[in-house]
Design a protein. Structure first.
Length: 264
C-alpha cells in the first residue's frame, strides 16, 4: 500500500523529486483513459478502421510534416528578430517608432490569426504578386508571432531593470551598444522559457494555414481524408504528427525553465 501511495501522491516536500516509476505509471493511466474514451466512441458508431488504405497515402503525411517543420523554422528565423526590434521600438524615445510598434502589437494580438491569414493572403499579397503559398505562410506566421515575441522580450527587458541601462550609459555606451551588450543578452536569458513555449504555439498555429491551401500537415490530412473517407485514421495520424514535434519542444521549455531558475 505504501509503494502504491508513492505512485499516486506527490511527496510532501516540493523539493523532493517524484520517482520516475510514479511518472510513468500516471502517464500510462492518463493515456489509457484517453484512448479508452476514443475507442468506446469509435465503437459506438459501429465503424471499422481502414489503416491499409490510409497508409497508401503516407507521402501526403510525410510532405505535410516536412512542410510544417519548414514553416515553423522559417517563422522562428523571421519572428525572433522582428520581435526583438518590436520590443526595442516600444521603448524608443522616437514617438512615431514607439507608437508604430505598439499599434502593430495591439492589432496583431487583438485579431484572430485566421482573419489575418485570409486578409493578408487575399488582399495584400496579390498586390505584390506573391504566389508561393509556403513563403506566404511563413511571412504571415512571422508577423503574427513577432508581436507575441515582442511582448515576451519587452517583459524580459523590463525585468532587467532601468538601472542596467543607466549604468551602461554611465560608462559611455550608446543606446544601441547598451541594448546589444547589456540589456538584450539578459532579457533573452529571462525570456528563453517563454520563447520556447511560443515556438510550440507557433507549430500548432501553422495548422490554420490550411485555410489558404498551404500543404502543411493539417491540409494534407484533410486531403487524405477526402481520398480515403477514413477521417478518424487520418486525424489520428495528424494528432500524432503534431505531438512528435511539440512534445520534445515542451520538454525543452520545461528543462530550460528549471535550468535558468536553478542558475538564478
Amino acid at each position: 500500500m505504501e509503494s502504491l501511495s508513492r505512485w499516486i501522491f506527490a511527496p510532501r516536500d516540493p523539493a523532493e523529486p517524484i520517482p520516475f516509476s510514479a511518472k510513468v505509471f500516471n502517464v500510462v493511466i492518463v493515456v489509457a483513459a484517453v484512448a479508452a474514451v476514443f475507442v468506446l466512441a469509435f465503437r459506438a458508431q459501429s465503424a471499422t478502421l481502414n489503416w491499409g488504405t490510409v497508409l497508401e497515402y503516407h507521402l501526403l503525411f510525410t510532405t505535410g510534416l516536412l512542410n510544417t517543420l519548414i514553416l515553423s523554422l522559417g517563422t522562428l528565423v523571421l519572428a525572433l528578430p522582428l520581435g526583438i526590434a518590436g520590443a526595442v521600438a516600444q521603448r524608443s524615445r522616437v514617438l512615431p517608432m514607439r507608437y508604430a510598434a505598439k499599434t502593430y502589437v495591439e492589432l496583431i494580438r487583438g485579431t484572430p490569426l485566421l482573419a489575418q491569414i485570409l486578409l493578408i493572403y487575399y488582399v495584400l499579397f496579390p498586390a505584390i504578386r506573391l504566389d508561393d503559398k509556403l513563403v506566404a505562410g511563413i511571412l504571415i506566421l512571422a508577423l503574427f508571432n513577432g508581436a507575441y515575441i515582442s511582448e515576451i522580450i519587452r517583459g524580459g527587458i523590463e525585468s532587467v531593470g532601468q538601472t542596467q541601462m543607466e549604468s551602461a550609459r554611465a560608462i559611455g555606451l550608446t543606446t544601441f551598444q547598451s541594448y546589444r551588450y547589456v540589456l538584450l543578452p539578459q532579457a533573452l536569458r529571462y525570456s528563453v522559457p517563454s520563447l520556447a513555449g511560443q515556438f510550440v504555439s507557433m507549430v500548432k498555429d501553422s495548422s490554420l494555414l490550411s485555410a489558404i491551401s498551404v500543404a502543411e500537415l493539417t491540409f494534407q490530412a484533410k486531403q487524405a481524408s477526402t481520398y480515403t473517407y477514413s477521417t478518424f485514421e487520418c486525424y489520428l495520424i495528424l494528432t500524432a504528427g503534431y505531438l512528435i514535434i511539440t512534445l520534445p519542444l515542451s520538454a525543452l521549455a520545461r528543462w530550460l525553465e528549471r535550468s535558468l531558475a536553478y542558475e538564478s
